[in-house]
Design a protein around this ligand. Structure first.
Ligand code: SF4
Length: 367
């Protein structure tokens, strides 16, 4: 059996080079108009790959209308892994993209068997957190799958006509009816913006964690088959590495002790950082002599993804590998930086909760 990625699996996908070779994801370094990607996620190769990003950037450069679409299946407060997507949305808005965010409540109901009221409640919370993180609601649209119009559902029916189960199984592995429906709904999410009645955005970029690539591949195949009938173009995509939890496995809400949630209390953050896996040596003497191994360290991963400027990161890297800093001191620094970031976020979340009228920006499903 070939290599497969399962978008519904909670385990961590790594070996990013292999994904580039096996699935034809392009390395981010080679993209044309790379200079437009002035964000540390790109510079540090946290976003490591793409499909057809150059076409999307070229359209942006020419002043065409471009959009970014991404989705969430919320069932609790977002953690820092989710905030990576908020950060990307904020960046793409800053360079001129329209942003559309889907709350995948139909999928949460069918695949995760979540209760619908709970999904809606958490979906609205996610929207507030996205805004608090810096996504501008004036240049964004948010929607729940089950609140969409008939023509969106018509797309799902149309797509089902030109995809076989064998093709879907080749992409996803074993499928249940719920997963088939959810995958085709995701394809409608990715492609519907291209239709005039949904904005007519011909250039759509989908920034995702690499575990979501199966949906992108299916959407691109479907776009090819409906090029004549609906005028669809293949969507572009970018892929970020998955932020690891504090024990080195995937950051996930199902393992809360190893994830940093955006509403974590400061003493909880302190405890989590204190037990985080590091690349430190067995003894202080050894660490001073041999230096640490930051590439194995989850604290260093937090620094790289969220906490330090280029200059600060260079400094801490040198200190770590030369044994100039020990993990205890380093963790205290990480804690203070992280708490500062979360404090700012919580303040903005409170403001968003008080000032934003969610009813005016998202239609809540009725059932
Ligand atoms: S010194 Fe800091 S970066 Fe280096 S291994 Fe220890 S905690 Fe990680």
């Amino acid at each position: 059996m070939g290599v497969r990625i399962d978008p519904w699996d909670y385990r961590l996908v790594q070996e990013y080079d292999k994904l580039i070779t096996v699935f034809g994801i392009q390395p981010i370094d080679n993209v044309e108009h790379y200079e437009l990607l002035n964000h540390h996620f790109f510079k540090r190769r946290i976003v490591f790959g793409h499909r057809d990003l150059d076409k999307w950037l070229e359209a942006l450069r020419k002043g065409e209308r471009v959009a970014v679409l991404t989705g969430f299946m919320p069932s609790g407060t977002p953690h820092l892994g989710t905030a990576m997507v908020f950060e990307e949305l904020k960046f793409f808005q800053s360079i001129g993209a329209h942003v559309k965010v889907v709350i995948a409540d139909a999928e949460a109901y069918a695949v995760r068997r979540e209760d619908r009221e709970t999904t809606i409640k958490w979906g609205l919370e996610f929207i507030k957190h996205a805004i608090a993180w810096g996504v501008d609601p004036e240049r964004a649209e948010f929607y729940f799958q089950t609140a969409m119009r008939d023509s969106y559902y018509r797309l799902i029916q149309m797509f089902s006509r030109k995809v076989t189960l064998a093709e879907m199984e080749a992409i996803y592995g074993d499928l249940s009816p719920a997963k088939v429906m959810s995958a085709l709904t995701q394809v409608a999410d990715i492609l519907h913006l291209q239709l005039d009645e949904f904005g007519g955005y011909r250039y759509v970029l989908v920034p995702v964690g690499v575990d979501q690539d199966p949906h992108i591949r299916l959407a691109r195949d479907v776009a090819d088959r409906f090029e004549g009938e609906l005028g669809l173009k293949r969507p572009s995509s970018t892929y970020h590495k998955l932020l690891r939890g504090l024990d080195g496995n995937k950051m996930s809400k199902s393992r809360p002790d190893f994830a940093i949630f955006l509403d974590d209390d400061e003493d909880v953050v302190k405890k989590k950082i204190a037990m985080a896996l590091t690349g430190g040596r067995a003894t202080a003497e050894e660490q001073r002599r041999l230096g640490g191994e930051p590439w194995k360290c989850m604290v260093y991963e937090l620094y790289t993804y969220f906490l330090l400027s280029d200059e600060e990161l260079k400094e801490i890297t040198e200190s770590c590998v030369k044994g100039g800093i020990l993990c205890g001191e380093c963790k205290r620094l990480a804690y203070s930086k992280l708490v500062e970031k979360l404090r700012e976020h919580k303040k903005r979340y409170k403001e968003a909760s008080e000032k934003i009228n969610l009813d005016s920006i998202v239609k809540t499903p009725s059932f």
